[in-house]
Ligand binder design. Structure first.
Ligand code: ZN
Length: 263
């Protein structure tokens, strides 16, 4: 079955230079990259298009969210729905200025603030610091992005459960550029690069990371868990055995100390 990816993008006030690089927006470039392998199906949502509804999220395995200038205009009811779906198992990926997006900030429980240097764009060295991680498959020791906006630490996120990429820049800045978390049953990935006037999403290594990340963030089979009051476990090896020792009051453990019965 196809992996179902939804891309929610602000897709508003895009600079002319960005549309030269990505005629269909970054959203189109990313959707094209994900659909290339043939087993990932993408649906696109934008801030000014039909709103994303609960039924759309129910039909989403991985949500890629991108916003830049209009985070505050996002309806908090949608943020609630996204947060709930992640806890239920939907994957969530955001990148670059998505660090300030409402769903990401909610999932982190932090401010999402970071330091940056907007100009000039510089060479970014992306180090693979978690070889063997599914998101780093095929990446080797790392890769270079020739021109990108510079971010630097500190980035106010929850401590990553897995740090996959670490970036350095010509000005000496460093940044945790590929971070993984689990929230409830869902997986969350943030990656740093993707300034809208840089051709980053045309780069093969970046496209490889995108596909890897979607596959990693996809829901996994997980034991359903039952919350609320429970009875003690019945640890008898032979449920028909008579109790030889009673522990506790209303829920005795039966037969556990009679070795003859359980050889
Ligand atoms: Zn940027």
């Amino acid at each position: 079955m196809n992996l179902r990816v939804s891309l929610w993008f602000e897709h508003r006030d895009l600079p002319a230079k960005s549309l030269e690089i990505y005629p269909d927006g970054m959203q189109g470039a990313i959707a094209g990259c994900l659909e290339a392998p043939g087993d990932i199906a993408c649906r696109r949502f934008t801030m000014d298009g039909p709103p994303m509804a609960a039924a759309d999220l129910d039909a989403t395995d991985v949500l890629i969210w991108y916003g830049h200038l209009h985070h505050r205009a996002v309806d908090d009811r949608l943020v609630d729905l996204v947060w709930k779906r992640v806890l239920e198992g939907m994957g969530f990926i955001t990148f670059h200025s998505g660090h300030f997006s409402k769903p990401f900030v909610r999932l982190m429980g932090t401010t999402g603030q970071l330091s940056y240097r907007a100009q000039p764009h510089e060479r970014e060295v992306v180090w693979n610091v978690c070889p063997g991680h599914p998101i780093a498959q095929g990446i080797g020791e790392g890769f270079v992005i020739p021109q990108e906006e510079v971010y630097r630490e500190f980035h106010d996120i929850a401590a990553p459960e897995e740090l996959v990429f670490l970036s350095s820049f010509e000005g000496g800045e460093a940044f945790r550029s590929g971070c993984c978390w689990r929230r409830g049953a869902g997986r969350v990935f943030y990656f740093r690069w993707g300034h809208e006037t840089c051709p980053t999403f045309h780069q093969p290594e970046v496209r490889r990371v995108l596909v890897n990340a979607v596959r990693w963030a996809a829901p996994v089979d997980r034991m359903a868990f039952e919350a609320g009051p429970r009875k003690p476990l019945d640890l008898r090896r032979d449920p028909t055995a008579e109790p030889t020792l009673v522990i506790g009051g209303s829920h005795p453990l039966k037969g556990v100390l009679d070795p003859k019965k359980y050889r």
